[in-house]
Design a protein around this ligand. Structure first.
Ligand code: AFP
Length: 327
């Protein structure tokens, strides 16, 4: 007997129908999946053709080369536009808010189509991270920037591994894998493991002595209890955190010997990096805070590309460091 797994679209259809919801969200998700598959295709063939260079470069065939992040941006905007469901988008790749279907759109999409770009020249995993909020259907929509707690869904594709993780508000975090026809299938509910035997810590160890002293002390007191892993792509690193438990952190940089390199606000972007993983983490029974111990999902963005420090993962670990951060 051939074994068939439930497809992502079937899973989502079931989810929407059980809650008496419309199909608009399915159309949006279909657009995001098409974009991710298209980006993955460019990523794989780009590596083959030596086509992953910097903008303005020329490849061995003498053709000019587009940066992978520009390609990923163009692809995503194309699919969001053709879905007809998006009011406006905010992307890591564009300074300004991108108007899409300002009258008829139903959702706001906040995304980074190629997160972890330093992995690109090595053919190592990158992420496509996105958060989705819904327009105010009851009254006039002012288009304001939504906090993570107001997202209705958030997810990530880890490219080119064929994995896709999606969190739905109050309905859990689910992981899918591509099958032989390139469909995402086999929904698996992700819940951070309580058993701390496999918990991992993930942070850029090269930055360690630039963190606040209390963060450095916390690391010293705790690091020997856990395994350490770091890929340099939030989606890839958080993918492991979600499976094995532990904590990913990108603390504020406040003690760099060159003060110009300090980043007291943190490095990661709130709307399409930190809030996206924080949302997935909450739906998997974890949590996330910033440098002051404030929950990431409560942070109201003041501007689209706002940065934040991030501590995300298993609740006992994040709560522990949050207690120190806010003291
Ligand atoms: P890039 O896309 O510029 O490589 O940034 C990736 C990222 O935003 C996130 O995916 C990583 O977790 C983090 O930055 C890595 O930063 P470091 O290179 O400073 O460790």
């Amino acid at each position: 007997m051939i074994r068939f797994e439930q497809t992502f679209m079937n899973f989502l259809l079931d989810h929407q129908e059980r809650r008496n919801r419309t199909y608009h969200f399915l159309i949006l998700m279909d657009a995001l999946i098409s974009a991710a598959k298209h980006i993955e295709h460019y990523y794989l063939t780009g590596a083959l053709k030596g086509n992953l260079g910097l903008a303005g470069n020329v490849n061995v065939q003498g053709e000019s080369v587009l940066r992978m992040d520009q390609i990923a941006q163009e692809i995503t905007i194309h699919y969001l536009r053709s879905s007809g469901r998006v009011i406006h988008a905010i992307s890591e790749e564009s300074d300004k808010i991108i108007p899409i279907n300002t009258e008829g759109g139903r959702y706001f999409v906040y995304f980074d189509p190629l997160d972890g770009s330093s992995n690109v020249p090595h053919g190592l995993p990158v992420g496509f991270l996105f958060g989705i909020a819904k327009r105010n259907l009851e009254g006039p929509e002012d288009g304001h920037l939504r906090a993570g707690k107001d997202y209705i869904a958030a997810g990530m594709f880890v490219i080119p591994t064929g994995t896709f993780t999606l969190a739905l508000k109050d309905a859990g975090t689910w992981r899918f894998h591509t099958d032989e026809t390139m469909d995402f299938v086999k929904p698996t509910r992700m819940i951070l493991p309580e058993d701390n035997k496999e918990w991992e810590l993930s942070f850029n160890a090269a930055n360690r002595y630039t963190y606040a002293e209390k963060v450095q002390n916390w690391i010293e007191q705790n690091e020997r209890k856990y395994v350490f892993r770091y890929l340099g792509s939030l989606a890839g690193d958080f993918h492991r955190t979600l499976s094995n438990g532990g904590m990913f952190m990108y603390p504020a940089i406040v003690n760099d010997p060159n003060p110009k390199k300090n980043r007291p606000q943190g490095k990661l972007r709130l709307m399409y990096e930190a809030a996206v993983v924080a949302f997935m983490c909450r739906e998997a029974q974890g949590t996330a805070v910033d440098e002051s111990g404030t929950p990431i999902l409560d942070m109201q963005p003041k501007e689209p590309h706002q940065r934040t420090a991030l501590y995300v993962g298993s609740k006992p670990l994040v709560d522990d460091i949050a207690g120190i951060l806010c003291s």
